[in-house]
Write a new protein. Structure first.
Length: 389
């Protein structure tokens, strides 16, 4: 099967960050190897290997693998090797044409872990830095300092990782354009191959929601200035802005995520993981204990199963496509769905053209509609208004 992605979710962290609403749970320092922590991780890995086996026939020849979390890098070597060995057996993960990513938190990797990842074909590592300013890291509730990140980054380079992503965050409480500039200058000097930069969203159920839900820490104008600063700085450093929050050196785009944005097929393993196969989407239960119990009992861990309608598929194609620098191919959509988007969107599209938020570009015999950098900032509003036509 071509262009099939595999995602494996490790929900464990040392502790939850103040802004995090992901499907993750803090279990403390796994390096201590208490019976409780070791047993919990063993149960999860057993369950995930069992779920992997259910997809074994589909997984041979995957194009990308992504181990995310949570913090996969907190898992001790012997337990991670059990998982990686099973993945390797079912996917041929060590092929040169597989993009294989693992997420890591600074301060939770060492040379032995990194060598293990390389042994099993992992060729891309994504570090959750967020900021180069220690006071901002402390505000976010991160467990690491900037020095911890530097040590982890240099270890990865020394072990041979030549494809590294760094996650950054904007609109952090107390952050200024000056401190963001300092972070960007510091990080670009390290010459990573990829940078993801996300504006902080205050999510319900997090400590930040209780503190900032009625009083956002950064005003909208400053937030926008930060978005523009990221784009300008990274463009000058040779990065391509290929998705609203993602920037890559030439040839270093994240193929796994591109497959999501192109609505490709993917298999999700673990609690809260989603799969999409031939127009059917499933989502596993979010609670880790419930997930383990279901799989251990031989039951399907999927909580939701949905066969997407033609309208849903078209809506997703438009929404996801307009988030990327490729935009959407309106000529192909017209031929495939029998809908002339240029005519349907009419005056609304012209309004965005005139405002410099959207451009139309020729692509061989087809025509593409693409958001400009200014358009990306207000992408949700633009897409919602176009879809309402």
């Amino acid at each position: 099967m071509k262009n099939l992605g595999l995602y494996i979710h490790i929900p464990y962290c040392v502790r939850k960050c103040n802004y995090c609403d992901f499907a993750s749970v803090g279990i403390g320092d796994c390096s201590q190897k208490t019976d409780e922590i070791t047993g919990e991780i063993d149960c999860l890995i057993d369950a995930e290997i069992s779920e992997l086996k259910e997809y074994k026939d589909k997984l041979r020849g995957v194009s990308s693998i992504f181990i995310g979390g949570g913090t996969p890098s907190i898992v001790p070597i012997d337990q991670m090797e059990r998982l990686l060995s099973a993945v390797d057996e079912m996917t041929e993960s060590r092929r040169d044409d597989v993009e294989y990513t693992i997420e890591a938190n600074p301060g939770t990797v060492d040379a032995d872990k990194l060598k293990l990842y390389k042994k099993y074909g992992i060729n891309r590592i994504s570090f959750g830095l967020q900021s180069a300013i220690d006071t901002e890291l402390k505000c976010l509730g991160r467990i690491h300092s900037f020095d911890d990140f530097i040590n982890s980054f240099e270890l990865a380079r020394n072990v041979g990782f030549d494809n590294v992503n760094i996650d950054l965050m904007t609109a952090i409480p107390g952050q200024t354009t000056e401190s963001l500039l300092q972070t960007l200058e510091t990080v670009t000097k390290l010459e990573p191959e990829h940078i993801s930069a996300y504006s902080l969203i205050i999510e319900e159920g997090t400590p930040f929601f209780e503190k900032y839900s009625d009083n956002p820490p950064i005003d909208e104008e400053t937030d926008r200035s930060m978005f523009e600063l990221v784009g300008e700085m990274l463009a000058s450093a040779g990065f391509e802005h290929y998705e609203i929050s993602n920037y890559a050196k030439p040839g270093r785009r994240c193929e796994h995520n591109l497959n999501y944005w192109k609505r490709g097929d993917y298999v999700g393993i673990g609690p809260a993981a989603a799969s999409h196969l031939s127009g059917t989407r499933t989502v596993n239960v979010r609670d880790t204990d419930e997930y383990i119990a279901l799989v251990t009992d031989g039951k399907n861990p999927a909580k939701e199963t949905e066969i997407l309608t033609r309208e849903q598929i078209l809506t997703e194609e438009i929404y996801l496509g307009l988030r990327t620098s490729a935009g959407i191919d309106v000529t192909r959509i017209s031929e495939q769905y029998g809908i002339d988007l240029m005519a349907l969107w009419g005056s609304k599209l012209k309004e965005y053209f005139d405002l410099g938020l959207i451009v139309s570009i020729p692509d061989h015999c087809n025509k593409r509609v693409v958001l400009t950098s200014a358009g990306m900032w207000v992408s949700d509003t633009i897409i919602d208004e176009l879809l309402a036509q």
